[in-house]
Design a protein around this ligand. Structure first.
Ligand SMILES: [Zn+2]
Length: 132
């Protein structure tokens, strides 16, 4: 009888611990999602800051969009001398790359410009960075 009670308690304890573990995992997942959402917003804010710093417009004088593309959804941050992709890879996370770009622009760097997706792609093809 005593042994049975002990068994029941153990099962209850295991269930309790199991539920606690599930709760903890759930909370951890929720926190991860919150962190991801925060980082996404933070990255967007940094990107917008860079677009504003760089004139919010495609810098290619021959841009196919009259007067230069100004749609922030198409504008991309381009490394004037190439090597942008390598630089992003080095920084792993978009936010730290953006922070570095902001720092450099604010300290007078002319390494970055905005290009719309079309102009950026054409530049990459012309520079042999992409084979078509
Ligand atoms: Zn363009």
């Amino acid at each position: 009888m005593k042994e049975k009670q002990h068994m029941e308690l153990s099962v209850g304890a295991i269930q309790y611990l199991w539920r606690q573990r599930l709760n903890m995992e759930q909370k951890r997942e929720q926190q991860k999602e919150k962190d991801k959402a925060f980082l996404r917003k933070y990255r967007l804010r940094l990107r917008m800051e860079i677009l504003l710093l760089l004139g919010n417009k495609c810098s290619n004088p021959n841009c196919l969009v009259p007067n230069g593309c100004m749609d922030s959804r198409c504008l991309q941050i381009d490394h004037v001398n190439g090597g942008g992709a390598k630089e992003i890879r080095k920084f792993h996370c978009g936010a730290s790359f953006y922070l570095r770009v902001i720092d450099k622009i604010k300290s007078g760097s002319k390494d970055y410009q905005l290009l719309c997706a079309n102009c950026n792609w054409i530049k990459r093809v012309e520079n042999g960075e992409i084979r078509t």
